[in-house]
Design a protein around this ligand. Structure first.
Ligand code: ADP
Ligand code: MG
Ligand code: MG
Length: 905
């Protein structure tokens, strides 16, 4: 951070028209975004009303000292105030020709709604006369004074705005007029009198001793008192709860502070040749290069945004008498700003009696589509380089382009809100069980699966549904993770939803609304909202711009991008999105539906023959699975992970089984049937574990039941051999999960190699199938040099690695303590969403040690973090070969990888 050498910096011109600006656009850490760019505009010769900026650092010193001014600061401000008066040839509070100023906040990052601006500061019972003399417009002057008292009371003193609005309404009623503009100068004079009385009544004199005159609170007449209180209020707003919350959400540091800009007023409300407006140098919705913005004649400040009166498009400015010159100048300034800032700019301006003044500029916010178009066109115009164009698009924004959305012109009522867990919108009839979702899909009806929380049993239903809605769980809950993986919209943790799955309905707390099975509902996983009824959906138009930027990104990135996919459709989708292979194919997803019965038979039967039959059935099915996958990814690597989850996940829930037995007993079922169920329950209970995540799973399964990896490897090798015979180039790789010691891997590698050799001989084709492992336990990362001797590749499973490094359960992490940790800054962010620095260290160690054990080892990441732009920067720095993420994140990851390469070059 730049060191603040001064407390206050001047901007604008002096009395002789010389530029005396002390800051520039680089100084946003000192002057805030608004102050830095006001300085920059003055420096490049644009008309900026003169003023000065009090630094962000002063704000922090003031705040850290418990709202006490640092020594000398007030004196410095007084000097700059005096200097401004000299430059303007006017004095604050003067009875002949008063200077009026605005007091504007401006942090290093834009924080909308944190603090309102105070306009017309410096007015008092004397300077009002000066303003009347200068403008010969008493109505304007009194209106300015009443606006100032109103803003000052509301923004600086925190009084309820209604106190003043009510007084205005009462006045209008009394005068029998409907609009503010119908109030006369005399009415406004009367209002000023009333406003001052409201102020005196409602301000606490003990809290503001400087406002007490003769033992009574009074509206401050001394402009210096007005100014100091206004500046203190801006400083104080940095730590108001709204601002603190906003920073937390936007990951903005708490120690930046806000600057305060004190700027001489210009007036857009001085008649028909005055106006105020906002503009963008290009269309922020679609990126088109056009004159874009709105203005209002005879208006001040936020009137344009407030929507009180109908605005006019700025393209018309040039045709309005008295404004045409300013309009032409503004159009020219668009070009000047774009050339200078080399970006699309957002502008605030005011025209005072035909003269244009620039009040603000910054890089304009834009939609994803506009961001792409602007970046590409600016590169073509020679304004920016390809690399800069790549940096101009926020990877997360691409999500907007990759999913269906609510039609913007649709109207609908939001009935409940939850977490925006997986982007995109979905519409369908509500169903309350996975089976009902499957049935609806099979009947060709679109549905949204509504569950308390989902579990692996729901997977088939989740796949069948258009979207998923849960009343429980956070952004890394089962529903959220799976939905993101599938690219399905998901809203989770909708607490207002009181689901009765048995009745197949959900009441919405706080309303008398009930969602029943078959009712049409709409969810938007981008914003986290739930709507009763069907909202019109649109598939955002995909122009060639996305492709262009991604091609440019591919030219500069060194980090590979693969996808996590476990069926041919997703594999194809990943390929279309530019994935260079499959980094993780989870085979457990292949054991759903009727396959579940087969694996249950295998698990629960002691009879060798029955077990073998089950395994051979699974084998047949798996050959087909792999054949489809490898074919879709022909020529590209497909890493197949051998069976990973605890076996009991394939079994019925013991609790449900116990309920079933109780029911059977109550209804007098046959003793044999009951005994059979009891037997089953006992067996299933035998698989129960205290900590299944730390139990019989991963490679441990393959070591206890070698027949499973044998079967899976045989299926992989067989599918590979078939495709090779058909003239294709399948590239499967075998991945062994959850290894902690090298001998586990050595043993299973031996099993795999023997099977591959077998199949090769049987089929008469040469098979080259690499074998590698997941690094997802700390011990594996720490002993990666040993493990690498047995591995052709490593894939860092950062979900489990985070879980086992922290000892946090990823299924419960959003529940109790992690939110508090985040609030108290014990953790900077959720480590399951963005890779934690400690976990990243293990990855880095694993990569380095892995290369010691095997110099040719290929290293990738296949956890959720693989699709997170911030984590991608970390992985790029560590020097991984690729990241693997869900198909829909592939474009995001390609862009983020390019940005990381550019930043770290
Ligand atoms: P925000 O950060 O909320 O945009 P600003 O500080 O930009 O707040 O002030 C809001 C509006 O007040 C500006 O867009 C402009 O119309 C008006 N304003 C602020 N300062 C001045 C000034 N010196 N002269 C005239 N209008 C001003
Ligand atoms: Mg503004
Ligand atoms: Mg794992």
């Amino acid at each position: 951070m730049t060191e603040a050498v001064k407390r206050v910096y001047a901007f604008g011109k002096d009395a002789n028209g010389n530029n005396v600006t002390e800051g520039n656009t680089e100084m946003k850490w000192v002057l805030g975004g608004k102050g830095a760019n006001l300085a920059e505009m003055a420096n490049i010769g644009l008309p900026v009303p003169p003023g000065f900026t009090i630094t962000c650092q002063t704000c922090m010193e003031y705040a850290n000292a418990g709202n006490v001014w640092p020594e000398g600061a007030l004196d410095t401000i007084a000097e700059y105030r005096a200097d401004l008066e000299e430059r303007m040839g006017k004095k604050l509070g003067d009875a002949e020709d008063p200077l009026l100023v605005s007091v504007r906040s401006g942090a290093p990052f834009s924080m909308p709604g944190m603090m309102d601006t105070v306009l017309n500061l410096g007015l008092n019972d004397e300077s009002i006369n000066g303003l009347i003399k200068q403008t010969e417009n008493p109505r304007f002057a009194w209106d300015s004074y009443r606006r100032f008292i109103q803003m000052f009371s509301n923004v600086v003193m925190g009084l309820d705005g209604d106190l003043f609005e009510n007084a205005i309404v009462a006045m209008k009623n009394d005068r029998g007029v409907s609009s503010d503009t119908d109030l006369t100068a005399e009415d406004l004079t009367q209002l000023v009198y009333e406003f001052k009385a409201i102020f005196a009544e409602n301000v606490d004199g003990d809290a503001y001793p400087t406002l007490v005159v003769d033992g009574e609170v009074a509206f401050p007449q001394d402009p210096m008192v007005q100014l100091q209180l206004a500046i203190e209020a801006v400083f104080g707003s940095w730590n108001n709860p709204r601002a603190v919350l906003y920073r937390q959400k936007e990951k903005i540091a708490d120690d930046l502070g806000t600057a305060v800009n004190v700027q001489s007023m210009v007036f857009g409300n001085k008649g028909e040749t005055s106006a105020t407006g906002v503009a963008f140098t290009r269309n922020p919705a679609n990126g088109e290069r056009e004159f874009y913005g709105d203005y209002l004649v005879n208006a001040q400040g936020e009137d344009v945004v407030a929507g009180i009166r109908n605005t006019s498009p700025i393209a018309e400015l040039k045709e309005v008498e008295g404004l045409e010159e300013a309009g032409a100048q503004l159009e020219e300034i668009f070009g000047v700003l774009e050339n200078h800032f080399r970006d699309m700019c957002d502008i605030e301006f005011t025209i005072e009696q035909g003269k244009l003044w620039m009040l603000q500029t910054r890089a304009g916010k834009r939609t994803a589509a506009a961001a792409l178009r602007i970046a590409i066109e600016m590169e073509k115009e020679g304004l920016i380089s390809k690399e800069e164009a790549i940096m101009r698009v926020a990877p997360d924004q691409l999500d907007q382009l990759l999913h269906p959305q609510f039609d913007k012109s649709a109207t609908y009522d939001v009935v409940a809100r939850g977490l925006n867990a997986s982007p995109g919108a979905a519409v369908g009839e509500a169903v309350f069980s996975a089976a009902d979702a499957v049935a609806a899909a099979e009947a060709g009806r679109k549905c949204v699966l509504v569950r308390w929380e989902t579990n692996p049993d729901d997977l088939a239903g989740m796949i069948a549904a258009e979207g998923i809605l849960t009343s429980h769980g956070g952004k890394t809950s089962h529903a959220a993770v799976i939905a993101r993986g599938m690219g399905a919209p998901c809203v989770c943790g909708v607490e207002a939803l009181k689901i009765d799955a048995a009745k197949k309905e959900a009441a919405i707390a706080g309303t008398d609304l009930v969602i029943r099975e078959g009712d049409m509902i709409s969810i938007d996983g981008t914003t986290g909202i739930v709507v009763l009824g069907a909202v019109e959906l649109v598939m955002p138009e995909l122009t060639g711009d996305l492709d262009t930027i991604l091609e440019w990104a591919d030219e500069v990135r060194t980090l590979g991008v693969r996808a996590n996919a476990d069926n041919p459709e997703d594999a194809q989708l990943s390929r279309d999105f530019g994935a260079a292979g499959i980094g993780l194919c989870r085979t457990e997803h292949m054991f759903l539906g009727d396959r579940k019965q087969i694996i249950q038979t295998f698990i629960l039967n002691d009879d060798e023959l029955i077990r073998e039959k089950a395994v051979s059935d699974l084998f047949e099915a798996q050959v087909g699975d792999f054949y489809g996958m490898f074919k879709a990814m022909d020529g590209l690597p497909v890493i197949v992970r051998l069976l990973d989850p605890p076996l009991h996940e394939f079994l019925e829930s013991p609790r449900e089984l116990a309920v079933e037995i109780a029911k059977m007993e109550a209804t007098g079922a046959s003793a044999d049937a009951i005994a059979e169920k009891r037997d089953l329950l006992e067996k299933i209970d035998g698989f129960a574990e205290q900590n299944p995540m730390l139990g019989m799973r991963g490679c441990r399964l393959g070591i206890v039941y070698p027949i499973l990896p044998e079967m899976q490897v045989r299926a992989i090798a067989t599918a590979c051999a078939q495709l090779q015979k058909e003239g294709l180039s399948p590239k499967p790789e075998i991945m062994i999960p959850l290894v902690s010691v090298v001998d586990e891997l050595a043993k299973l590698r031996g099993v795999a190699e023997a099977v591959i050799a077998d199949v090769s001989a049987e089929e008469g084709v040469e098979l080259d199938i690499p074998v590698g492992t997941m690094i997802e336990l700390p011990r594996a990362a720490i002993t990666a040099n040993e493990i690498a001797t047995q591995a052709d590749f490593f894939s860092f499973g950062t979900n489990d690695l985070t879980q086992t490094t922290f000892g946090f359960s990823r299924d419960d992490v959003e529940g109790e303590f992690v939110p508090q940790y985040l609030n108290e800054h014990l953790l900077p962010y959720n480590p399951f969403a963005t890779i934690d620095a400690g976990v990243a260290k293990l990855v880095e160690m694993g990569v380095a040690l892995g290369h010691e054990g095997n110099p040719d080892i290929v290293c990738g990441v296949c956890g959720e973090h693989g699709g997170d732009p911030e984590s991608i920067h970390t992985f790029n720095r560590i020097g991984l070969d690729y990241v693997s993420c869900s198909p829909y994140r592939v474009p995001v990851a390609r862009l983020a990888a390019a940005q990381a390469a550019i930043k770290q070059a």
